[in-house]
Design a protein around this ligand. Structure first.
Ligand SMILES: NC(=O)c1ccc[n+]([C@@H]2O[C@H](COP(=O)([O-])OP(=O)(O)OC[C@H]3O[C@@H](n4cnc5c(N)ncnc54)[C@H](O)[C@@H]3O)[C@@H](O)[C@H]2O)c1
Ligand SMILES: [Zn+2]
Ligand SMILES: [Zn+2]
Length: 329
């Protein structure tokens, strides 16, 4: 079969590989849509923790089931599935605590094992979720980032009637905005220095879209740092209302540091919470996507053939589309 492959030298190639072999606990899926995200850029540019080079990328995907292992229940050949890429071991302390995303032996599809930028991909049975194909192929491939955003909103421990600030109008910030509004946030402000992103923020339901320098003395009960940018984090730390919460969604460099005033954290009873990946929210995101698919579809920008993976990555780097996806026709 044909597959995209990124080598340890970070070169992107299209190569001929053996198709995956069906094992009793897995499925073989033929992908139909796959998103590209910051993780793929890291894998292409300088490496991402846990990458097993040479690797076939692609972890935000949906497709049709080609073959089903004999131990897999509830899924049959021809089903349309969205895939949770987080393959966990099932028996370490984190898996036993129902936090599979923190598994000591996590091997994500498209990072630690072969991903969807290929004609076929192997998927553990428990990682595939049957979805209604009528929601759209591209929308189904957005269920994975939606699950990450759902985990972020859940991490805030209360969103209804809250005054919310979202830093960053990329895929994560906009999906977080959609979810916050869906679950009854009183008001959502989205901040992005790129004015071209403001219109889409309003279109998916934000009450206000602004540039960072437009925020002055206001304070927010829930802030999502979904930019992964130091200026966004520094600004966010100064905008948390007393008893409020900052959810760290953006991924910063492993050595990045920021000043925190512990007196303010104490005096204002602030909470700063990290949200890593999708936890156990994939099934929840499948259900939620049925309700918000029309807003989510607005995020899909440029679509490239999977065999033009390098061009898709370039387009993603340019930052003008919110979500770049791959098609497999
Ligand atoms: N926690 C998770 O599970 C998870 C999942 C996916 C992505 N991420 C991370 O979340 C971050 C966002 O991901 P994305 O896919 O939406 O990226 P993206 O690049 O599409 O969006 C980031 C947005 O932030 C904006 N931005 C830059 N500087 C800013 C500032 N000072 N203030 C406000 N906005 C600013 C950019 O203009 C851009 O629109 C990245 O760091 C990514 O690695 C986290
Ligand atoms: Zn991703
Ligand atoms: Zn585990």
């Amino acid at each position: 079969m044909r597959a995209v492959r990124i080598g340890s030298n970070h070169m992107i190639d299209v190569v001929e590989l053996d198709a995956p072999t069906l094992t009793p606990d897995e499925l073989i899926v033929r992908p139909v849509a796959c998103g590209i995200c910051g993780t793929d850029l890291h894998i292409c540019q300088h490496g991402f923790p846990g990458t097993n080079y040479p690797v076939t990328p692609g972890h935000e995907f949906a497709g049709h089931v080609l073959a089903v292992g004999r131990n897999v229940n509830g899924i049959k050949e021809g089903d349309f599935v969205a895939v949770n890429p987080n393959v966990s071991c099932g028996h370490c302390e984190w898996c036993r605590e129902n936090k599979p995303h923190l598994c000591n032996a996590l091997t994500p599809i498209g990072v630690g094992r072969a991903g969807a930028a290929a004609e076929q991909v192997a998927v553990p049975g428990g990682n595939a979720f049957v979805v209604r194909e009528s929601i759209g192929h591209g929308v189904a491939a957005l269920i994975e980032p939606l699950a990450c955003a759902l985990h972020a909103v859940e991490s805030a421990q209360g969103i209804k009637d809250r005054r919310v600030l979202v830093m960053g109008a990329g895929t994560m910030g906009l999906l977080t905005t959609i979810i916050a509004k869906h679950f009854g946030a009183a008001d959502v402000t989205v901040v992005d220095p790129n004015p071209a992103k403001h219109a889409i923020a309003l279109e998916v339901g934000a009450n206000r879209a602004a540039s960072p320098d437009e925020l002055r003395d206001e304070r927010y009960e829930v802030i999502f740092e979904a930019a992964g940018a130091m200026p966004a984090l520094r600004q966010a730390l100064g905008l948390i209302r007393k008893t409020g919460v900052l959810v760290q969604v953006g991924v910063h460099g492993v050595d990045a540091k920021v000043d925190i005033n512990p007196f303010t954290v104490y005096e204002h009873e602030l909470r700063i919470i990290g949200s890593n990946s999708l936890a156990n929210q994939f099934a929840g995101a499948v259900d939620l996507m049925s309700d918000i698919s029309q807003q989510a579809a607005k995020l899909i920008g440029d679509t490239f053939s999977v065999w033009d993976f390098a061009a898709a990555v370039k387009s993603m780097e340019s930052g003008h589309a919110v979500k770049t996806q791959l098609s497999f026709a």
